[in-house]
Design a protein around this ligand. Structure first.
Ligand code: PLP
Length: 287
């Protein structure tokens, strides 16, 4: 079966899916996106992702491209048409197509919408989680509004490519106070030597991860000792365990930061437990 994408009102074969050369997403990175996990035919935490999309659009004064219920329908339909049982669905909304000019276009220009979906292997994710991943630390190179999920991901691309070139899966950004902010495409967590789970508050320096919010629910439910506060690169390297969270990776244990092996070099018990519990925490919407 060929893959199908949704582009501005039409379902088209993936190989023919295209936007105009003067789309402002293409020319100015003037757009926002979301990635949702698809798990057993359901879109995980779709309301949370759509609420965040709404916030990102509002922060950039980009209009809603269609009614929320219509967008939800399109997401489910793209998942269905691509027969994605487990995988991800991607939504991108840009300010639309207009002659290149930095100023916002007139009200007559409608936002562009693209939705794609693809299958991923849950087994591959679980296999990676059994081993854990390594991360590098990388100086913050992004603008301050990282709370907006914009498609302007070049800084993240550079950080993650540097990680890849050093044999790691993720780059953990650190700020000018040497505190870890988050990963290039994930939120960052540590478990201190005394067993306290720590993650940076969502007020500044990070994206408010939807997976992060779900994990916080679990942490409360399980009665895990927890602190929301900044933590430094040094503290992270001395941690008992660490992990990252994102819709695409769920809870993924970290076993090495730069050259420092954490704990016994194997995924920690807190990360492993939270990964196991993840799908018991969220309210799902059937596709
Ligand atoms: N932080 C950044 C920079 C991200 O790009 C992402 C996901 O793309 C996350 C955190 C995790 O967010 P979520 O859990 O909503 O996928």
């Amino acid at each position: 079966m060929s893959r199908i994408a949704y582009v501005n009102g039409q379902y088209v074969p993936h190989k023919d899916a295209a936007v105009h050369v003067e789309d402002r997403g293409y020319q100015f990175a003037d757009g926002v996106y979301e990635v949702c996990e698809v798990w057993r035919n359901t879109i995980v935490d779709m309301p949370g992702h759509i609420d965040r999309l709404d916030r990102s659009l509002k922060e950039l004064s980009i209009g809603w491209p269609m009614a929320r219920s219509a967008l939800e329908f399109v997401l489910r339909e793209v998942v269905r048409r691509n027969r994605v049982h487990d995988g991800i669905v991607y939504i991108q909304v840009t300010r639309g197509v207009s002659r290149r000019d930095h100023f916002f276009p007139g009200e007559d220009v409608v936002p562009s919408v693209v939705v794609t979906a693809r299958a991923t292997s849950p087994r591959a994710g679980d296999a990676a989680a059994e081993k854990g991943i390594s991360v590098i630390t990388y100086p913050e190179n992004r603008w301050p509004r990282v709370d907006i999920k914009t498609v302007a991901l070049l800084p993240n691309v550079l950080a993650k490519q540097a990680a890849k070139e050093q044999g790691s899966k993720e780059a953990w950004y650190f700020d000018c106070e040497n505190n870890v902010t988050e990963g290039g495409s994930t939120n960052a967590w540590i478990v201190t030597k005394d067993g306290t789970l720590v993650t940076r508050p969502a007020e500044s320096g990070i994206l408010r991860g939807i997976t992060r919010a779900v994990v916080l629910e679990l942490v409360e439910r399980e009665g895990i000792s927890f602190e929301e506060r900044p933590f430094s690169v040094e503290e992270a390297k001395e941690a008992r365990e660490a992990f990252v969270t994102a819709a695409s990776t769920l809870v993924m244990p970290v076993v090495k930061i730069d050259d420092t092996i954490l704990g016994n070099g194997h995924p920690g018990s807190v990360a492993t437990r939270l990964r196991e519990l993840f799908h018991t925490a969220t309210d799902f919407l059937a596709v």
